[in-house]
Design a protein around this ligand. Structure first.
Ligand SMILES: [Zn+2]
Ligand SMILES: [Zn+2]
Length: 292
Protein backbone atom coordinates (compact mmCIF):
# COMPACT_ATOMS: atom_id res chain seq x y z
CA UNK A 1 0.00 0.00 0.00
CA UNK A 2 1.37 3.39 -0.95
CA UNK A 3 2.44 5.52 1.98
CA UNK A 4 -0.14 8.16 2.73
CA UNK A 5 -2.97 6.22 1.13
CA UNK A 6 -6.47 6.04 2.56
CA UNK A 7 -8.23 2.71 2.24
CA UNK A 8 -11.70 1.37 2.94
CA UNK A 9 -12.24 -2.27 3.84
CA UNK A 10 -15.72 -3.71 3.63
CA UNK A 11 -16.66 -5.79 6.68
CA UNK A 12 -20.32 -6.14 5.70
CA UNK A 13 -21.99 -5.06 2.46
CA UNK A 14 -25.59 -6.22 2.75
CA UNK A 15 -28.77 -4.23 3.22
CA UNK A 16 -30.86 -4.06 6.36
CA UNK A 17 -32.14 -7.62 6.07
CA UNK A 18 -29.13 -9.34 4.52
CA UNK A 19 -28.12 -12.70 5.92
CA UNK A 20 -25.42 -13.54 3.38
CA UNK A 21 -23.36 -10.32 3.31
CA UNK A 22 -23.96 -8.87 6.77
CA UNK A 23 -25.15 -5.39 7.66
CA UNK A 24 -23.09 -2.56 6.19
CA UNK A 25 -19.96 -1.78 8.13
CA UNK A 26 -16.60 -0.76 6.77
CA UNK A 27 -13.25 0.28 8.12
CA UNK A 28 -11.21 3.26 7.02
CA UNK A 29 -7.42 3.13 7.34
CA UNK A 30 -6.05 6.67 7.32
CA UNK A 31 -2.60 7.96 6.30
CA UNK A 32 -1.86 8.67 9.99
CA UNK A 33 -2.38 4.98 10.82
CA UNK A 34 -5.78 5.40 12.49
CA UNK A 35 -8.64 3.00 11.85
CA UNK A 36 -12.21 4.29 11.88
CA UNK A 37 -15.50 2.48 11.32
CA UNK A 38 -18.23 3.78 9.04
CA UNK A 39 -21.46 2.70 10.71
CA UNK A 40 -21.72 -0.12 13.21
CA UNK A 41 -24.68 -2.37 12.50
CA UNK A 42 -26.05 -5.17 14.60
CA UNK A 43 -23.53 -7.64 13.11
CA UNK A 44 -20.49 -5.35 13.48
CA UNK A 45 -19.11 -6.99 16.65
CA UNK A 46 -18.91 -10.36 14.89
CA UNK A 47 -17.68 -8.86 11.61
CA UNK A 48 -14.83 -7.16 13.44
CA UNK A 49 -13.94 -10.35 15.28
CA UNK A 50 -13.95 -12.36 12.06
CA UNK A 51 -11.61 -9.78 10.49
CA UNK A 52 -9.17 -10.35 13.38
CA UNK A 53 -9.75 -6.88 14.79
CA UNK A 54 -10.59 -5.55 18.19
CA UNK A 55 -12.58 -2.51 19.31
CA UNK A 56 -9.41 -1.28 21.01
CA UNK A 57 -7.62 -0.98 17.66
CA UNK A 58 -10.14 1.59 16.44
CA UNK A 59 -9.53 5.32 16.73
CA UNK A 60 -13.07 6.33 15.95
CA UNK A 61 -16.57 5.81 14.67
CA UNK A 62 -18.58 7.60 11.97
CA UNK A 63 -22.37 7.23 11.87
CA UNK A 64 -24.55 8.10 8.86
CA UNK A 65 -27.98 7.66 10.47
CA UNK A 66 -29.96 5.71 13.05
CA UNK A 67 -31.25 2.33 11.92
CA UNK A 68 -30.38 -1.00 13.51
CA UNK A 69 -28.28 -2.11 10.57
CA UNK A 70 -26.11 1.00 11.11
CA UNK A 71 -25.88 1.51 14.88
CA UNK A 72 -26.93 -1.56 16.86
CA UNK A 73 -23.30 -2.67 17.25
CA UNK A 74 -22.46 0.52 19.14
CA UNK A 75 -23.46 -0.82 22.55
CA UNK A 76 -20.83 -3.56 22.21
CA UNK A 77 -18.22 -0.98 21.15
CA UNK A 78 -19.07 1.36 24.02
CA UNK A 79 -19.17 -1.25 26.80
CA UNK A 80 -16.06 -3.13 25.62
CA UNK A 81 -14.00 0.04 25.56
CA UNK A 82 -15.46 1.35 28.82
CA UNK A 83 -14.98 -1.74 30.97
CA UNK A 84 -12.29 -3.83 29.26
CA UNK A 85 -8.61 -3.39 28.48
CA UNK A 86 -7.24 -5.01 25.33
CA UNK A 87 -4.48 -4.68 22.75
CA UNK A 88 -2.47 -2.68 25.28
CA UNK A 89 -5.23 -0.06 25.58
CA UNK A 90 -6.63 0.52 29.09
CA UNK A 91 -10.37 0.56 29.75
CA UNK A 92 -11.96 4.01 29.67
CA UNK A 93 -12.98 3.58 33.32
CA UNK A 94 -9.28 3.10 34.14
CA UNK A 95 -8.26 6.24 32.29
CA UNK A 96 -7.94 4.76 28.80
CA UNK A 97 -8.71 6.87 25.73
CA UNK A 98 -12.24 7.19 24.41
CA UNK A 99 -12.69 6.48 20.70
CA UNK A 100 -13.65 9.50 18.60
CA UNK A 101 -17.21 9.84 17.39
CA UNK A 102 -18.39 11.76 14.33
CA UNK A 103 -21.97 12.20 13.21
CA UNK A 104 -24.03 15.13 11.99
CA UNK A 105 -25.49 16.77 15.11
CA UNK A 106 -29.06 15.82 14.13
CA UNK A 107 -27.96 12.18 13.75
CA UNK A 108 -25.92 12.29 16.95
CA UNK A 109 -28.99 13.33 18.93
CA UNK A 110 -30.90 10.33 17.54
CA UNK A 111 -27.97 7.99 18.31
CA UNK A 112 -28.19 8.92 21.96
CA UNK A 113 -31.99 8.81 21.93
CA UNK A 114 -31.66 5.24 20.72
CA UNK A 115 -28.74 4.09 22.90
CA UNK A 116 -29.38 6.00 26.13
CA UNK A 117 -31.56 3.40 27.79
CA UNK A 118 -28.71 0.89 27.76
CA UNK A 119 -25.69 3.17 28.06
CA UNK A 120 -26.71 5.84 30.58
CA UNK A 121 -26.51 3.57 33.62
CA UNK A 122 -22.99 4.32 34.75
CA UNK A 123 -22.74 6.00 38.11
CA UNK A 124 -21.05 9.38 37.93
CA UNK A 125 -20.85 11.36 41.20
CA UNK A 126 -23.30 8.93 42.78
CA UNK A 127 -25.94 9.35 40.08
CA UNK A 128 -26.61 5.91 38.57
CA UNK A 129 -28.17 7.36 35.39
CA UNK A 130 -25.59 10.03 34.63
CA UNK A 131 -23.94 8.44 31.60
CA UNK A 132 -23.87 10.35 28.33
CA UNK A 133 -22.52 9.59 24.86
CA UNK A 134 -19.41 11.54 25.92
CA UNK A 135 -18.77 9.02 28.72
CA UNK A 136 -17.93 6.48 26.01
CA UNK A 137 -16.83 8.50 23.00
CA UNK A 138 -14.88 11.68 22.42
CA UNK A 139 -17.53 13.45 20.36
CA UNK A 140 -16.01 15.62 17.63
CA UNK A 141 -17.77 18.92 16.97
CA UNK A 142 -18.02 20.22 13.39
CA UNK A 143 -15.46 22.81 12.31
CA UNK A 144 -17.97 24.42 9.92
CA UNK A 145 -21.44 23.84 8.52
CA UNK A 146 -24.03 24.93 5.97
CA UNK A 147 -27.41 26.35 7.06
CA UNK A 148 -30.59 24.25 6.76
CA UNK A 149 -31.86 23.58 3.24
CA UNK A 150 -34.46 20.80 2.96
CA UNK A 151 -34.99 20.08 6.67
CA UNK A 152 -34.74 22.03 9.95
CA UNK A 153 -31.19 20.74 10.64
CA UNK A 154 -27.96 21.97 9.07
CA UNK A 155 -27.54 20.92 5.44
CA UNK A 156 -23.99 19.74 6.06
CA UNK A 157 -21.36 19.66 8.77
CA UNK A 158 -17.60 19.40 8.22
CA UNK A 159 -15.38 17.45 10.61
CA UNK A 160 -11.74 16.58 11.12
CA UNK A 161 -11.59 12.77 11.03
CA UNK A 162 -8.03 11.95 12.07
CA UNK A 163 -5.92 13.41 9.26
CA UNK A 164 -8.88 13.59 6.86
CA UNK A 165 -11.62 16.13 6.42
CA UNK A 166 -15.11 14.66 6.09
CA UNK A 167 -18.41 16.33 5.27
CA UNK A 168 -21.63 14.77 6.55
CA UNK A 169 -24.34 16.06 4.20
CA UNK A 170 -28.06 15.44 4.56
CA UNK A 171 -29.41 12.98 2.02
CA UNK A 172 -32.87 11.69 1.20
CA UNK A 173 -33.53 8.40 3.00
CA UNK A 174 -36.69 8.18 5.11
CA UNK A 175 -38.65 11.46 4.73
CA UNK A 176 -38.13 13.77 7.71
CA UNK A 177 -35.42 11.59 9.25
CA UNK A 178 -31.87 12.87 9.85
CA UNK A 179 -29.60 10.91 7.50
CA UNK A 180 -26.33 11.76 5.81
CA UNK A 181 -23.91 10.85 3.08
CA UNK A 182 -20.18 11.27 3.69
CA UNK A 183 -17.58 13.06 1.56
CA UNK A 184 -14.00 12.16 2.41
CA UNK A 185 -11.41 14.65 1.21
CA UNK A 186 -8.69 12.28 0.13
CA UNK A 187 -6.62 14.57 -2.09
CA UNK A 188 -2.96 15.07 -1.30
CA UNK A 189 -1.08 18.30 -1.79
CA UNK A 190 -2.25 20.10 -4.89
CA UNK A 191 -5.50 18.12 -5.04
CA UNK A 192 -7.41 19.55 -2.10
CA UNK A 193 -10.79 18.83 -3.59
CA UNK A 194 -10.45 15.14 -4.42
CA UNK A 195 -13.22 13.20 -2.67
CA UNK A 196 -14.37 9.66 -2.02
CA UNK A 197 -18.15 9.61 -1.60
CA UNK A 198 -20.23 7.33 0.60
CA UNK A 199 -24.02 7.44 0.16
CA UNK A 200 -25.14 6.05 3.50
CA UNK A 201 -28.72 4.86 2.96
CA UNK A 202 -29.97 7.12 0.22
CA UNK A 203 -32.20 7.52 -2.77
CA UNK A 204 -30.48 8.45 -6.01
CA UNK A 205 -29.70 12.16 -6.44
CA UNK A 206 -28.38 12.18 -10.01
CA UNK A 207 -27.92 15.94 -10.10
CA UNK A 208 -25.73 15.99 -7.00
CA UNK A 209 -23.71 12.95 -8.09
CA UNK A 210 -23.03 14.68 -11.40
CA UNK A 211 -22.02 17.92 -9.69
CA UNK A 212 -19.13 16.22 -7.86
CA UNK A 213 -18.07 13.77 -10.60
CA UNK A 214 -14.93 15.60 -11.75
CA UNK A 215 -13.61 15.66 -8.17
CA UNK A 216 -14.68 12.16 -7.14
CA UNK A 217 -12.37 9.13 -7.20
CA UNK A 218 -15.00 6.61 -6.11
CA UNK A 219 -18.67 6.49 -5.20
CA UNK A 220 -20.13 3.89 -2.84
CA UNK A 221 -23.90 3.75 -3.33
CA UNK A 222 -26.77 2.06 -1.53
CA UNK A 223 -28.45 -0.24 -4.08
CA UNK A 224 -31.72 -2.11 -4.27
CA UNK A 225 -33.45 -4.06 -7.02
CA UNK A 226 -36.72 -3.99 -5.06
CA UNK A 227 -38.74 -1.09 -6.41
CA UNK A 228 -41.76 0.30 -4.57
CA UNK A 229 -43.60 3.60 -4.20
CA UNK A 230 -41.89 5.82 -1.63
CA UNK A 231 -38.48 4.26 -2.28
CA UNK A 232 -35.97 5.04 0.52
CA UNK A 233 -32.89 3.33 -1.01
CA UNK A 234 -30.83 3.54 -4.19
CA UNK A 235 -33.11 2.04 -6.84
CA UNK A 236 -31.04 0.29 -9.50
CA UNK A 237 -33.58 1.47 -12.09
CA UNK A 238 -32.25 5.00 -11.40
CA UNK A 239 -28.60 4.08 -10.85
CA UNK A 240 -28.43 2.46 -14.29
CA UNK A 241 -29.51 5.76 -15.88
CA UNK A 242 -26.48 7.62 -14.45
CA UNK A 243 -23.82 8.74 -16.95
CA UNK A 244 -21.12 6.19 -17.74
CA UNK A 245 -18.44 8.40 -16.11
CA UNK A 246 -20.23 7.99 -12.77
CA UNK A 247 -21.13 4.31 -13.17
CA UNK A 248 -17.49 3.41 -13.78
CA UNK A 249 -16.51 4.96 -10.46
CA UNK A 250 -19.37 3.40 -8.50
CA UNK A 251 -19.34 0.46 -6.11
CA UNK A 252 -22.80 -0.87 -5.20
CA UNK A 253 -23.27 -1.71 -1.53
CA UNK A 254 -26.05 -2.18 1.05
CA UNK A 255 -27.38 -4.64 -1.52
CA UNK A 256 -29.70 -7.61 -1.27
CA UNK A 257 -28.68 -11.25 -0.89
CA UNK A 258 -29.52 -12.03 -4.54
CA UNK A 259 -27.00 -9.52 -5.94
CA UNK A 260 -25.12 -12.26 -7.85
CA UNK A 261 -28.19 -12.76 -10.05
CA UNK A 262 -27.62 -9.23 -11.30
CA UNK A 263 -23.82 -9.38 -11.66
CA UNK A 264 -23.64 -9.60 -15.46
CA UNK A 265 -26.10 -6.74 -15.94
CA UNK A 266 -24.42 -4.59 -13.30
CA UNK A 267 -20.87 -5.12 -14.55
CA UNK A 268 -21.83 -4.58 -18.20
CA UNK A 269 -22.82 -1.05 -17.15
CA UNK A 270 -19.47 -0.47 -15.45
CA UNK A 271 -20.55 -0.82 -11.82
CA UNK A 272 -18.62 -2.88 -9.29
CA UNK A 273 -20.25 -4.95 -6.55
CA UNK A 274 -19.05 -4.39 -2.99
CA UNK A 275 -18.34 -7.59 -1.05
CA UNK A 276 -16.99 -8.22 2.46
CA UNK A 277 -13.19 -8.46 2.51
CA UNK A 278 -12.63 -6.05 -0.39
CA UNK A 279 -10.23 -3.17 0.19
CA UNK A 280 -10.42 -0.02 -1.94
CA UNK A 281 -7.81 2.73 -2.21
CA UNK A 282 -9.87 5.89 -1.85
CA UNK A 283 -7.25 8.08 -3.54
CA UNK A 284 -7.21 6.05 -6.76
CA UNK A 285 -10.66 4.44 -6.57
CA UNK A 286 -9.11 1.04 -7.26
CA UNK A 287 -9.74 -2.31 -5.61
CA UNK A 288 -6.37 -3.13 -4.00
CA UNK A 289 -7.09 -6.28 -2.00
CA UNK A 290 -9.77 -8.90 -1.77
CA UNK A 291 -9.74 -11.46 0.99
CA UNK A 292 -13.29 -12.60 0.27
ZN1 LIG B 1 -29.45 0.47 6.09
ZN1 LIG C 1 -31.45 3.27 6.88
Amino acid sequence: MAAGSTTLRFLGTGGAFSRRYGTTCSMLALPNGERWLIDCGRQAPDQLWEAGLDWHQLAGQLVTHVHGDHIYGLEDFAFQRYYQAAAGVPAIMAGGPRPHFIAHSAVRDEVWESMAASLRYIAIDGNPRAGTLEAYFEVIEPSSWEPPAHNPWRHSETFDCGSLQVIARENEHVPGKPSTSLEFHVGGEGEPDKIAWWSGDSTVDAEFLGSIESRTTIYFHDCTFTDYPGQVHGAFSLLEKLPESIRHKMVLMHHEDDIEIHRAQVEALGFRIGLPGQVYDLCTGKLVDDTH
